[in-house]
Design a protein around this ligand. Structure first.
Ligand SMILES: Nc1ncnc2c1ncn2[C@@H]1O[C@H](COP(=O)(O)OP(=O)(O)OP(=O)(O)O)[C@@H](O)[C@H]1O
Length: 251
């Protein structure tokens, strides 16, 4: 299994509180890794630290390392914009820009210097196709992104992340605000996207983790209790605490 990126003894603090404790994790390429665990166990904190979104939180601090392409992302001189281009993120609540569908997708590539209209058109189309949204929006690209349904908005946010060619996609409960049909579409999309990407997803939904992930990590009170293939975690976990959580006896 090829490693796309990894953390080494990664801790995340809010003030003096250690929300994530010395986590070592490898994230393989072309696979989906699910982060599961009870509320407050540090899943989102861990996820946000992987593309330095925690930088935005006053009082948040990191110890340990996050390696990608032979570089620690927290080392001095890291270009955070470039980092987030490489490691995209989609949040729980769809958050399209107050712009047209087209401009939501073209924004990133334009920011990174692409000005040619034909090239931008191509990126918009291919990103929307990858996010399985093109057929639904191709005749209304100039309309506001806010005119889309919640599920469509979330796929638009995924398309927006894809528009700058990330290698890694971080998803924080991307389907929890969606109806079952939209959830199924987002799940199908994730499985399709992993052919080109490494995907890390936080989810509260055990069935979802079992359905779409290749690897599952069980977090508890800021520590990584168990990390293995999803099959093993769901059928034969080593740690009894994982078993209790998976079977709904705890959490
Ligand atoms: N901005 C913040 N400032 C201070 N403490 C925070 C902040 N964000 C999270 N925490 C604390 O860090 C711990 C981990 O929170 P986090 O949101 O990462 O957990 P989670 O597992 O993602 O929870 P949930 O499943 O409920 O989203 C919690 O105790 C939480 O209260």
């Amino acid at each position: 299994m090829q490693t796309s990126f990894r953390t080494e003894k990664l801790s995340v603090f809010y003030g003096t509180y250690e929300a994530v404790k010395k986590i070592d994790m490898n994230f393989p390429e072309q696979s989906v890794t699910a982060l599961i665990g009870p509320s407050g166990c540090g899943k989102s904190t861990f996820l946000r630290s992987l593309n330095r979104m925690n930088d935005e939180i006053v009082g948040s601090r990191i110890e340990g390392e996050i390696w990608i392409n032979g570089k620690d992302i927290n080392s001095p001189g890291t270009d955070v914009i470039e980092l987030r281009q490489n490691i995209g993120m989609v949040w729980q609540k769809p958050n399209p820009f107050y712009k047209s569908i087209y401009e939501n997708i073209a924004f990133g590539p334009k920011y990174h210097g692409i000005k040619n209209k034909k090239k931008l058109d191509e990126i918009v189309e291919s990103s929307l196709r990858k996010a399985a949204l093109w057929d639904e929006v191709k005749d209304r690209l100039k309309q506001s992104a806010l005119s889309l349904s919640g599920g469509q908005q979330q796929r638009l946010c995924i398309a927006r992340a894809l528009s700058v060619n990330p290698r890694i996609l971080l998803l924080d409960e991307p389907a929890s605000a969606l109806d079952p049909v939209s959830t199924a579409k987002v799940e199908e999309l994730i499985v399709e996207l992993k052919k080109d990407l490494s995907i890390v997803i936080v989810t509260h939904n055990m069935q979802q983790a079992a359905r779409i992930s290749d690897y599952t990590a069980y977090f508890y009170l800021g520590t990584l209790m168990e990390y293995d293939t999803t099959d093993t975690i769901f059928t034969n976990p080593t740690n009894p605490k994982t078993q209790d959580y998976i079977t709904g006896r705890f959490g």
